[in-house]
Each structure stands twice: as structure tokens, then as C-alpha cells.
Ligand binder design. Structure first.
Ligand code: ATP
Length: 249
């Protein structure tokens, strides 16, 4: 019998922090090579959900499977880029992004060699020996994304990676990230507050309710694969956006 093996499957997760009811009941799936956005109001428990998937926090009830296996309380199975993912200020960019490979057992020499191979694609070529403070905001985020990708190039949890960037840099990062995703095909769960960002980047979107959160809607984003600025003008884009706005209420 053929069984669809999800990269990530969350089944009926529930979480409270003392009397603070945070996650009421969330189930979701992530297929191989898929880009799935999780859109929800501030404080509804999105980061908590990621902490649970990454094994950093235990759910009060429910299951988390990564590659079909129980992942509750298990770290290291997915790469996780936090909202404010800081690069180590005292290490240069090459060493910052090589670090996950060293933590996984490579020598510094091997790790740097492998990491260097990605600098061109990640728009960091020529900045290997620069320190984080010498880079623009967009470059720092690309370096943090590369570090996340190198930790496990398979499943990535990205918690609002472009939240702190200005609108123009953000737009550029979206176009860039789409190319990266097409080239490397990672499976990505992506938290955002931004409806356009979710529509522009994703294959599917889960819309969460206010806290205590549950999945209010799941939408398939059937827009052309190659998305450009013009995608926003397509009628299907407007239809989906309206549906999300209605759902968020
Ligand atoms: N370890 C903790 N102990 C107690 N309360 C917590 C803990 N972690 C999160 N919370 C609370 O749970 C709620 C959900 O937080 P969380 O960061 O998951 O939301 P979020 O949807 O990611 O928010 P935002 O979109 O603003 O980043 C918040 O009210 C937060 O204060």
C-alpha cells in the first residue's frame, strides 16, 4: 500500500502556559518540497507551534511526526530560524554559516569549504571574511538563512525571517527566496503576519485564529509557479486575499 509520508505532520496539538490557553487544537501537514505559510494574528501561538515542532517545547496533547517518526521533544530533526536570529558578532560570515556543520561533526576546514560553495547563490560572495555588523539587513538575513539551510537542508522552519526588513528589501528577498526554493527544493514552514508575503511565496496557507488558536482555514495557492510583481494583479490572487481577510475577520 502506498502511504504519503509527510515531512512534518502535526496532529491535534494542544498547549497551555499555566492559565494562558495558547494552542487549542492545531493539525497540519508539510509535503516534501512544499512551501507552506502559517498566517495568524500576533500572539496566537505560532512561535510556540514551531518550538513544539522543533522539539524545544512539549505539547500538552497531540502528536508531531517528522519524516513519519515521533518527534515530540526531539531536537535536531529540522532547521529552525527564529524571529530574531542573530549571527555571532565576533565570528565572520563564513564561520557563522559554517558553524552548524561543525556542530554536526565536520572539521572547520571541511565546513568552510562546503559553506563557501553557497555564497554566490545566497548573494554573499566577497563577504566571507566580513563581520555581521558590516553587512546590510538583507545580507544578514540571507546569511542566517544559509546557516539554517546548512544545518539540515531538508526541512526548514522560518519564523518571520523578513519581519525586520524595510518593504523594498523585503520584496527583493521574496524574489530571491523563490529562486532558492526552486533550486534546492527544501520543505518549508514559514510564519508570517503578512498576507501578501504568504500568497507570494506559498503553495498552501494555514490561517490561524486568535489565541487559543486553531486552524480557521487551509488554502491551496494555485498561482503560476513563477511569481512576479504582476502575480498580484491576477484575479485568483485577489480572490485568495479576500478569502484570507474574511477568515481573519
Ligand atoms: N514559555 C512561555 N511561558 C509562558 N507563556 C508563553 C511562553 N511562550 C509563549 N508564551 C505566551 O504564549 C502566547 C503565544 O506566544 P507566541 O510567541 O507563540 O505567539 P506568536 O503567534 O508567535 O506571536 P507573534 O506573532 O507576536 O510573534 C503569548 O501570549 C506568549 O506570551
Amino acid at each position: 500500500m502506498w502511504v504519503n509520508l509527510y515531512k512534518v505532520e502535526v496532529r491535534n496539538v494542544h498547549k497551555d502556559f499555566g492559565s494562558l490557553k495558547t494552542i487549542k487544537d492545531i493539525s497540519l501537514t508539510l509535503n516534501e518540497g512544499e512551501f507552506v505559510a502559517i498566517l495568524g494574528p500576533s500572539g496566537c501561538g505560532k512561535s510556540t507551534l514551531f518550538n513544539i515542532i522543533a522539539g524545544l517545547t512539549g505539547p500538552d496533547a497531540g502528536e508531531v511526526l517528522v519524516n513519519g517518526k515521533d518527534a515530540v521533544g526531539k531536537t535536531g530533526l529540522v532547521s529552525y530560524m527564529h524571529q530574531k536570529d542573530l549571527l555571532l558578532p565576533w565570528k565572520n560570515i563564513l564561520d557563522n554559516v559554517s558553524l552548524p556543520l561543525v556542530l554536526k561533526g565536520s572539521s572547520w576546514q571541511e565546513a568552510r569549504k562546503k559553506a563557501e560553495g553557497y555564497f554566490e547563490t545566497f548573494g554573499l560572495k566577497g563577504f566571507e571574511r566580513h563581520y555581521p555588523r558590516q553587512l546590510s539587513g538583507g545580507m544578514r538575513q540571507r546569511a542566517a538563512l544559509l546557516r539554517t539551510y546548512l544545518f539540515s537542508n531538508d526541512i526548514m522552519l522560518l519564523d518571520e525571517p523578513f519581519g525586520g526588513l524595510d518593504a523594498i528589501t523585503r520584496r527583493k528577498m521574496h524574489l530571491w527566496l523563490m529562486d532558492i526554493v526552486k533550486t534546492y527544493r527544501p520543505s518549508v514552514l514559514f510564519i508570517t503576519h503578512d498576507i501578501d508575503e504568504a500568497l507570494f511565496l506559498s503553495d498552501r496557507i494555514y490561517v490561524l485564529s486568535e489565541r487559543p488558536s486553531f486552524v480557521k482555514a487551509e488554502l491551496k495557492v494555485e498561482l503560476p509557479d513563477k511569481r512576479t510583481e504582476k502575480t498580484m494583479l491576477v484575479p485568483e490572487y485577489a480572490r485568495l486575499k479576500e478569502k484570507i481577510l474574511e477568515t481573519l475577520g
